[in-house]
Design a protein around this ligand. Structure first.
Ligand code: SF4
Length: 134
């Protein structure tokens, strides 16, 4: 089990260094929250870096991928992904719910295998088809 208080991904506070992932250049950004609440960003080559840093400070999210247990299939585990990015502070509970699932083959690639995982409103989707064991 993954503890709720385990920091898988650090939630940013008032100042941080980060790498912009919007394009392959990967600018190294420095972002600092000012007293008035605005975020001062330096190191960016374009304004998309500012938007990226603002989102990272306001509501950081990540896509979640993993595998779920399967019974009656050709393999024991099925690769899955979240239908959209999950808020980083909800990822531990999302993963716990994901790892508790026990699926039954057959399963189609793209099939929603769980809805509203851990109350996030985000679904879990199969990324591979799994036939029944012959
Ligand atoms: S700041 Fe602009 S140029 Fe730099 S990595 Fe982000 S999107 Fe690319």
């Amino acid at each position: 089990m993954i503890a709720e208080n385990q920091r898988l991904i650090r939630v940013r506070d008032t100042e941080d260094e980060l790498t912009c992932i919007v394009c392959p250049i990967g600018c190294r950004l420095h972002a600092e929250r000012k007293d008035g609440g605005s975020l001062e960003v330096t190191g960016n080559r374009c304004k998309r870096g500012v938007a990226y840093a603002e989102e990272e400070f306001r509501d950081p999210r990540r896509p979640v991928t993993g595998t779920c247990a399967v019974t009656g299939g050709e393999f024991f585990r099925l690769p899955v992904k979240s239908s959209e990015a999950v808020a980083v502070d909800r990822i531990p509970s999302f993963l716990n719910a994901m790892y508790e699932l026990e699926l039954t083959a057959p399963i189609q690639c793209g099939e929603v295998i769980a809805t509203d995982v851990a109350g996030t409103g985000i679904d879990l989707v199969a990324t591979m088809s799994m036939r029944k064991e012959e």
